[in-house]
Ligand binder design. Sequence first.
Ligand SMILES: C[S@@+](CC[C@H](N)C(=O)[O-])C[C@H]1O[C@@H](n2cnc3c(N)ncnc32)[C@H](O)[C@@H]1O
Length: 259
Amino acid sequence: MKKSHFPIDLGVLTAIRQLVNSESTIVELGSGNGTNRLVAEYTVYSIEDDEKWVGYCEGSNYIHAPLINLDDSEDSIRWYNPEILRESLPESYDLVLIDGPAGKKGRAGLLSNLDLFRTDVPFIIDDTLREHECQVAREMAYLLNRPLYMFWNFSIISPTILTEEQVARIQRAALQVLDTEEQPYLESYFTESTPLTNINSEEWTEKIRELNENRLRLASLEAQSRKLDSLESSVSLRIGLLLTSPFRFVLGLRKRKKH
Ligand SMILES: C[S@@+](CC[C@H](N)C(=O)[O-])C[C@H]1O[C@@H](n2cnc3c(N)ncnc32)[C@H](O)[C@@H]1O
């Protein structure tokens, strides 16, 4: 059976896991089978234009926002009704996943409606191997003055600089997905379907192990330094008490005499 590219894949899921913790709330544009994976770990609000897919995943909070023409021009962009989004989007959320409207309908309407969303959270734009989605991601990063991290089939616009470890974990997962893709699918997006270097997830696993070791080493050095600090302050306290004991004794005597 042919693989469906509608649901989010392990690369996108890994990116989400690297960017937010499990108590987080995600706003998803475009719902489908992948929404089931999200609700297993997060609180999810799904913006969906197609009635057929509204309510598809029981655990998500659906916002039914049909597509409308954003202006009166002949070639007007169709996108989710912004008024519905303005009224229904939650106030607080931690990440926005852009995976809709469906490819053919286009996602460019997002660019003129960025003010509907929080801009202090990361955005993941799926399917940026396609030119249209790639262009939307580039423009968004430009409009928000944020770095754009591109993996082979999705991108991240983040308000913070990602760590080496986050990038390594996301890249490893993205490459694992790439390894399972069939040539005709890749050839429909890339001029050369065979990468010039081997897909080597081991390389990234090794990098992640190295970074983990360094983090553990640093944590143990910090713990040792804290121990030394507290030892030092307790020794100085004892020396201080010892040196001042004659004065404290005399003071005590004087106080007693006064009474
Ligand atoms: C790329 S899909 C969104 C996929 C969703 N984020 C997920 O991970 O499953 C974009 C739109 O296509 C429609 N859709 C979702 N799953 C579909 C499927 N398996 N086949 C056809 N259309 C689908 C929905 O209207 C959805 O808003």
